[in-house]
Design a protein. Structure first.
Length: 82
């Protein structure tokens, strides 16, 4: 399988676990659960759909930032996976 790194279960930091649940889980699953959380809590910016408005839990994952775009989010979430 060419994409095995993407499917490999990773440890999830405690800050990220507050949003997506306890790991280990593959990156693809983390991203999927992140979107479920974002949609459930209506955190996607209404004007610019590429932006995510962080609540308290997500701010910890996003390094304290209140708003991040989708691309930045992926990078910031990576820091919470090992």
């Amino acid at each position: 399988m060419a994409n095995s790194a993407f499917m490999k279960p990773l440890s999830v930091s405690s800050d990220l676990a507050a949003v997506v649940g306890k790991g280990p889980m593959p990156r693809s699953e983390v991203v999927k659960k992140l979107w479920v959380y974002i949609k459930k809590n209506n955190l996607q910016d209404q004007k610019n759909r590429r932006n995510i408005n962080a609540d308290e839990n997500l701010k910890k994952v996003f390094g304290g930032k209140a708003t991040v775009n989708m691309f930045e989010m992926t990078k910031l979430v990576s820091k919470h996976l090992s």
